[in-house]
Design a binder for this molecule. Structure first.
Ligand SMILES: *Cc1c(COP(=O)(O)O)cnc(C)c1O
Length: 380
């Protein structure tokens, strides 16, 4: 047995919560206040400060945030919303959830984010909004994306689920723009176990967000209560907010660490890896991306499931982010089919996520790269 297979399992993602945060969670558990309370308020204030003073509201996922943004924007039946086929299915599901029609545009083969030419070509008189996704934490050309939105008078709901700590021209993603949604699910760079937040534009939007978050309720006076919109149950707990408060001060350091791991990935793969393996490395962005994921695209000749199984023989975990949304049964039933978005289909079937997490070390990168090379160089 070689050392690679006796080494402990290296997952593609693993959350790490420091002892101080765990102690603070224990304090909350003893405090008598578990649901939304002072910790949620403090977390919202801290997020707002990190995001340049914009208004932020927290929720129990980074899915309901997008649904609520669509509702705040008044988007529903008869409206079209354009997004990418390569995202977590939540991104498109929320469009259907509010009664609107999801429209996809193909992705750019290099960045793997929405191709802005194709996005613009997909706009119709019924288009009301776009939901761009920053896959792996890599932003798109934000200036151009917002110029298109302005030209066609569209709302933007940024699915920045993976992009907390990413930047554009030096500014944090979320510190500018229209609606911006983040997720704090367990695999994300910052996690509250489950959770999310939405950046909104005005106090009116924030009030609506609060209503949609909690049954449409508005309270007043000592015992005043009214309900004037149909809200749901989407509030964050103080337990979750405490987890977020513990990590938020580290978010730039987390991004910097992951960037150094990404840099090490590129160094270990070496300049000849793409030619030798037929695989494609991600964009080597060391400025904007928070390196939420490190993803390679396998050559067409390699069956992804076989590759993933082979990686397991080296005790290295992998993931796939994501399968093309338009080819899921529910979307096929809405008329989508193979061949509509060829770039997304190729990437969706051949993408593999390699290990990348906050507590990962350079030796882990070396192990992962050695395993990839063993699998791919022998496959070729
Ligand atoms: C994680 C993620 C979501 C959903 O976030 P949840 O908090 O799990 O609801 C949506 N879109 C993208 C791109 C994601 O990575």
């Amino acid at each position: 047995m070689n050392t690679a297979t006796t080494a402990p399992f290296l997952p593609f993602s693993r959350p790490s919560i420091d002892e101080a945060t765990i102690a603070e969670v224990a304090n909350v558990l003893r405090s008598g206040w578990l649901t939304s309370g002072p910790k949620v308020q403090a977390f919202e204030a801290a997020l707002s400060e990190y995001l340049g003073g914009r208004i932020v509201r927290t929720f129990n996922s980074g899915t309901c945030t997008m649904e609520i943004a669509l509702r705040i924007a008044g988007i529903g039946v008869g409206d079209e919303v354009i997004t990418t086929p390569i995202s977590w299915v939540a991104t498109a599901n929320v469009i259907i959830e509010v009664g609107a029609t999801p429209v996809f545009a193909d992705i750019d083969p290099i960045t793997r984010n929405l191709d802005l030419d194709k996005l613009e070509a997909a706009i119709t008189p019924r288009t009301k909004a776009i939901i761009p996704v920053y896959l792996s934490g890599l932003p798109m050309d934000m200036d151009r994306m917002y110029a298109i939105a302005k030209k066609y008078n569209l709302r933007v709901i940024e699915d920045a689920a993976q992009a907390l700590g990413s930047r554009w021209k030096g500014k944090p993603i979320g510190s500018f723009g229209d609606f911006v949604s983040f997720s704090f699910q367990a695999n994300k760079n910052l996690t509250t176990s489950e959770g999310g937040c939405l950046v909104v534009n005005t106090p009116e939007e924030a009030r609506l967000a609060e209503k949609y978050r909690l049954q449409g309720v508005t309270r007043s006076g000592v015992d005043g209560i009214d309900v004037d919109v149909l809200g749901g149950k989407y509030n964050m707990t103080d337990i979750a907010a405490t987890l977020g408060l513990g990590q938020l001060p580290q978010i730039d350091a987390i991004a910097a660490h992951r960037r150094s791991l990404a840099q090490h990935y590129f160094a270990c793969f070496g300049a000849d890896f793409e030619a030798k393996s037929g695989a494609q490395l991600p964009v080597a962005d060391m400025e904007n991306s928070n390196w939420h994921l490190f993803q390679i695209i396998l050559p067409k000749t390699v069956v992804r499931a076989d590759f993933m199984k082979q990686m397991m023989e080296f005790n290295v975990g992998t993931g796939y982010h994501y399968s093309p949304i338009h080819l899921f049964t529910m979307y096929r039933e809405r008329g989508f089919k193979e061949g509509m978005f060829p770039v997304a289909e190729h990437i969706g079937y051949q993408t593999v996520t390699l290990p990348m997490f906050n507590a990962m070390q350079k030796e882990d990168v070396e192990r992962a790269v050695a395993a990839v090379k063993s699998c791919l160089y022998s496959a070729k």
